[in-house]
Design a protein around this ligand. Structure first.
Ligand SMILES: Cc1ncc(COP(=O)(O)O)c(C=O)c1O
Length: 341
C-alpha cells in the first residue's frame, strides 16, 4: 500500500467520503471516448441536461473486497454491467460495453487502493458507477450526450449494527408502477422512496417494505434490498415480480442456498398476510449484504420471525458463505470474483 489514509475502518457507516480518483467517460456522436481517471469530484454540466429535468440517469453499486492474502477482488462486476445496460435500454441511454464497465471499476479500485479497507474489518470499498444524460436539450427526449462515471467510497454496514436483526414497516406508498421502471436502477425510483423511508424511520423502523403496486398483497422490496424468507421446511423463498430490481446478491444467494447449502429454492409470490410460513427472513443487497429481518409491522401488528435480537441459523449460514466467497475465504463459483490486484 502507498500512503496511509486517515480512516477508522471500524467506525465506517454507509456515507460519502471523497477518495482520490474517479473514472469519467463521455459519449458523443454515437461513441464512447477512451475514458480517464480524474481527481476533481465535481461535474460541470449544461443546465439543460436531461438527467436534471427528466431523470434520464441510472446507476449501479458493487464492492471491492480485501482478501486475507492482501489481494483485492470485485464480486460479479459483469452482472452490474449487464444490469446497467438493461437500465440504459429502458430509458434510452447508450449501453456501455461490459469490458469498459469492468475495466473502469478496476482502474478506480487500483487508483484508490489505500481506501480498500483491511481484511477482517468487515468494511469494503463501495463502487458507484452511474450514467447521466447531459448536453443542451429542452423537450422530453433523450439527451445528445452522456457521461459515465465510477467513484468509490470505503463503507461499513448499511443498517446500523452489521449482522443484527432490524424491524421494517410496510409502506403506504409504491416504489414502482406496474409496467413502470421498478426493474431498472434509475434515480426516479429512489426519489419516490425518500418520503416512505423517512416516515418509516420516524416510526422507529430501519426502513419500509414495498408491496406489489397492482394488488398491495405481495412483498416486493425491502427498502433498497430484496426480500428472502426461510420456510419452516427450510426452503429459500424470494419474491418474483417484473417491478422488483433484480438483485445480484439475491441471485447469488439462490445459488448458494441450492449448491452450497443443499436447500430448495423458490422464486414466487410472497403474501404479506402469510408471513407465518417463514421461520427466518432477511433483506439482501450489495449495501445491506444480508440484514436479518427481526419483524415486519403491517396494519398495526408486528410479525416477528426468528427473533428481534438474534440471528437465525440459516440466515447466518447464508451470510457466512456469501461473505466467505466475497472476501475469498470460500471457493467461489466460476467467474464470480475478478481480481483487481
Ligand atoms: C431497490 C433495490 N433493490 C435491491 C437491491 C439489491 O441489489 P444488489 O444485490 O444487486 O445490490 C438494490 C441495490 O442495488 C436496490 O437499490
Amino acid at each position: 500500500m502507498g500512503k496511509a489514509v486517515n480512516v477508522d475502518w471500524s467506525k465506517l457507516g454507509f456515507g460519502y467520503m471523497k477518495t482520490d480518483f474517479r473514472y469519467v467517460s463521455m459519449w458523443k456522436d454515437g461513441q464512447w471516448d477512451e475514458g480517464k481517471l480524474v481527481e476533481d469530484n465535481r461535474l460541470t454540466l449544461s443546465e439543460a441536461s436531461t438527467a436534471l429535468h427528466y431523470g434520464q440517469q441510472c446507476f449501479e453499486g458493487l464492492k471491492a473486497y480485501r482478501r486475507k492474502d492482501g489481494q483485492i477482488q470485485l464480486f460479479r462486476p459483469d452482472q452490474n454491467a449487464k444490469r446497467m445496460n438493461s437500465s440504459c435500454r429502458r430509458i434510452l441511454m447508450p449501453e456501455i460495453p461490459e469490458e469498459k464497465f469492468v475495466d473502469a471499476c478496476i482502474q478506480v479500485v487500483k487508483a484508490n487502493e489505500d481506501y480498500v479497507p483491511p481484511y477482517g474489518t468487515g468494511a469494503t470499498l463501495y463502487l458507484r458507477p452511474f450514467m447521466i444524460g447531459v448536453g443542451d436539450n429542452l423537450g422530453v427526449k433523450p439527451a445528445p450526450e452522456y457521461l459515465f462515471c465510477v467513484f468509490c467510497v470505503p463503507v461499513g454496514p448499511y443498517f446500523k449494527g452489521g449482522l443484527a436483526p432490524v424491524n421494517f414497516t410496510v409502506a403506504e406508498y409504491d416504489r414502482a408502477a406496474p409496467y413502470g421502471t421498478g426493474a431498472a436502477k434509475v434515480g426516479g425510483n429512489y426519489a419516490g422512496s425518500l418520503l416512505p423511508h423517512e416516515l418509516a424511520v420516524k416510526k422507529g423502523f430501519a426502513d419500509c417494505i414495498y408491496l406489489d403496486p397492482a394488488t398491495h398483497r405481495k412483498i416486493e422490496e425491502v427498502g433498497a434490498a430484496n426480500f428472502f424468507g426461510i420456510t419452516r421446511d427450510d426452503k429459500f423463498v424470494t419474491p418474483k415480480s417484473p417491478s422488483i430490481l433484480p438483485s445480484i446478491t439475491k441471485y447469488s444467494l439462490m445459488h448458494i442456498a441450492k449448491e452450497y447449502l443443499g436447500m430448495e429454492v423458490e422464486e414466487r409470490d410472497v403474501f404479506i398476510d402469510r408471513l407465518d410460513e417463514f421461520k427466518e427472513a432477511g433483506a439482501c443487497g450489495t449495501a445491506a449484504v444480508i440484514t436479518p429481518i427481526g419483524g415486519i409491522e403491517y396494519k398495526g401488528n408486528l410479525h416477528i420471525f426468528y427473533s428481534e435480537t438474534e440471528v437465525g441459523p440459516v440466515t447466518r449460514k447464508l451470510y457466512d458463505t456469501l461473505c466467505g466467497i466475497q472476501f475469498g475465504d470460500v471457493e467461489a463459483p466460476e467467474g464470480w470474483t475478478v481480481k483487481v490486484k
